[in-house]
Design a protein around this ligand. Structure first.
Ligand SMILES: N[C@@H](CCC(=O)N[C@@H](CS)C(=O)NCC(=O)O)C(=O)O
Length: 96
């Protein structure tokens, strides 16, 4: 995977039955991203991490780890999709 698709600083809290989560996973697949997926129904540690870190037990939530050690917890599937597209979608870039 080239550096432009690196997602080491990202994790998606989700569960399989959630349609908003599916929407985000579809965008990830469309962009060819592999990401740390943390299912909150299959693993209670993931659920607790989400509640303790983000403050709400709501999915999807994208965790963005910052270089200074802090994390941003992004709720709302539309905001997450837009963030991923802005950061990773290179299909409209002009090639020289
Ligand atoms: N507007 C939100 C809706 C997310 C949502 O309703 N997720 C459900 C699961 S499908 C959930 O986690 N609900 C728990 C809650 O809202 O507290 C989005 O687009 O991400």
């Amino acid at each position: 995977m080239n550096d432009s698709k690196k997602t080491d600083d990202l994790a998606l809290y989700h569960h399989e039955e959630c349609p908003f989560c599916k929407k985000v996973r579809d965008v990830m697949n469309q962009l060819g991203l592999e990401m740390d997926l943390r299912d909150i129904r299959k693993d209670d540690d993931n659920r607790q991490e989400l509640v303790n870190g983000g403050g709400q037990q709501k999915v999807p939530c994208l965790r963005i780890d910052k270089p200074d050690g802090s994390s941003e917890w992004m709720y709302e599937s539309d905001d997450i999709a837009q963030y991923l597209l802005e950061r990773f979608d290179t299909s409209n870039e002009t090639r020289h």
